[in-house]
Design a protein around this ligand. Structure first.
Ligand code: NDP
Length: 446
């Protein structure tokens, strides 16, 4: 396999899908050597079957808004690969959603889920519907219309969706409720459900906490203590808020958070009181990050800016969206002394930024390793649902810590280079790839 030839072919067959091409290129360039060690893979053209999704559903979602007007959105589900377990991956509701973004996310999810060591294949779905500014009833009607189309394609042992950008406990509740009505079964077909109907304790916290646990494992390789370190975080949604909550528990200084309109900077670090306000503002009042400055005037608000060039930090944890940290941002971070980047979002750093981090030999954890705690805990939710049991928060948290330590160990095993630098990108991709490729080989051409 030659990465550039496979990529050129995918670009020709699937033009205008830049995020998908970007994700595939990043993975192929790091697994090429491992792939080429196995001529049997090439004989069955495994690489194309690994890059091209098993199937894609796309459909119109029509719903009625509060003014009685009919609205039409697009809905999608990309079932990428189920070699090692049922399709599994979140649903994203955001105006930017298109097939390129969902194909990149489903592709990444396949490797991430393999890394968790749990039995989950890769998928992703979503819609260009944005819940922001919609009433609860509008969100409910949309979710029901979305599931009216999708319910036949999903199931507890077939394809198990979860949340992602724009899809939290409220949206999962509405979708699961309608799924249950259509399928006439109460099974673990969604994860991220409410605790009273099969959800797992710690699932909301899992992605952010898991990223912090991964970071702790990375820092430990250098003997660095996180206490007192300045951490820049982007986003203020599920992943970002629980990342900040855990960072404060660990004694770190959180110097930024953001949303799609702007960034807040707390030069001395957020206090617990300030964070408690932000948590309630974002999770309960569904407010905007700019309101933090109105409440606490010493916290700066920078409209239209991302955090990376506004404040000096030791550690960066991008936790908003894809390609939110570019090459110039990477230069600014490195110039300011940043020595670790641990990604909460999926593919938040552009390819140029990633190369700069790797060239600078800093600790750099790609999202598919660092944010895998979310889907891993979804896997634990599926296990609890199958057994019709609920585990305590301590039990789930202990398993999450173990899983993140295990993912870290796999990255080190496959990513260590001759000068002992750990290339976590290579490590994560190769470790995730080996398990899926072995399963695909054993199962024949499907
Ligand atoms: P949320 O919807 O809860 O939060 C997303 C945050 O990112 C919000 O602050 C949002 O701001 C901001 N954001 C969204 N789009 C953009 C944009 N185009 N530019 C700037 N900011 C933006 O989503 P999550 O926290 O769940 O997801 C965040 C990231 O983490 C995503 O990349 C997701 O794929 C990834 N992830 C999530 C997991 C989970 O368990 N939830 C698991 C693994 C990865 P605004 O409010 O203005 O839209």
């Amino acid at each position: 396999m030659k990465t550039n030839e496979v990529l050129a072919d995918l670009k020709r067959r699937f033009p205008n899908e830049p995020e998908y091409h970007q994700a595939v290129e990043e993975v192929l360039s790091t697994i090429e050597d491992e792939y080429n060690r196995h001529p049997e893979y090439e004989r069955i053209n495994l690489i194309e079957r690994l890059c091209i999704p098993d199937r894609i559903f796309s459909f119109r979602v029509s719903w009625v808004d509060d003014k009685g007007r009919v609205q039409n959105n697009m809905g999608y589900r990309v079932q990428h690969n189920n070699a090692i377990g049922p399709y599994k991956g979140g649903i994203r509701f955001h105006s930017s959603v298109n097939l390129s973004i969902l194909k990149f996310l489903a592709f990444e999810q396949t490797f991430k889920n393999s890394l968790t060591t749990l039995a989950m294949g890769g998928a992703k779905g979503g819609s260009d519907f944005s819940p922001r500014g919609k009433s609860n009833m509008e969100v409910m009607r949309f979710c029901q219309a979305f599931i009216a189309e999708l319910w036949r394609q999903i199931g507890a042992d077939t394809d198990v969706p979860a949340g992602d950008i724009g899809v939290g406990a409220r949206e999962v509740g509405y979708m699961y409720g309608f799924y249950k009505k259509m399928a006439r079964e109460f099974t673990g077909t969604f994860t991220g459900k409410g605790i009273s109907f099969g959800g797992s304790l710690m699932r909301p916290e899992a992605t952010g906490y898991g990223n912090c646990y991964f970071l702790l494992n990375m820092l430990a390789t250098k003997g660095i203590d996180i206490a007192g370190k300045r951490v820049a975080v982007s986003g203020s949604g599920n992943v970002a808020t629980y990342t900040v909550q855990k960072l404060l528990q660990l004694g770190a200084k959180v110097v930024s958070m953001s949303d799609s309109n702007g960034t807040i900077i707390a030069r001395d670090g957020l206090t617990q009181e300030e964070f408690d306000y932000i948590f309630e503002l974002k999770n309960i009042m569904r407010g905007r990050i700019s309101e933090v400055h109105e409440q606490f005037p010493h916290i700066e608000y920078h409209d239209g800016c991302r955090p990376w060039r506004l404040v000096q930090c030791d550690i960066a944890m991008p936790s908003a969206t894809q390609n939110e940290l570019d090459g110039d941002d990477a230069d600014a971070l490195l110039a300011g002394g940043c020595f670790a980047v641990s990604e909460g979002a999926n593919m938040p750093s552009t390819a140029e930024a990633v190369h700069k981090f790797l060239d600078a030999r800093i600790l750099y954890a790609p999202g598919k390793a660092a944010n895998a705690g979310g889907v891993a805990t979804s896997g634990l939710e599926m296990a609890q649902n199958s057994q019709k049991l609920s585990w305590s928060a301590e039990e789930v948290d202990a398993k999450l810590r173990d899983i993140m330590a295990n993912i870290h160990a796999q990255c080190v095993r496959y990513g260590r280079e001759s000068d002992t630098y750990v290339n976590y990108v290579r490590g994560a991709n190769v470790a995730g790839f080996i398990k899926v490729a072995d399963a695909m080989m054993a199962q024949g051409v499907l």
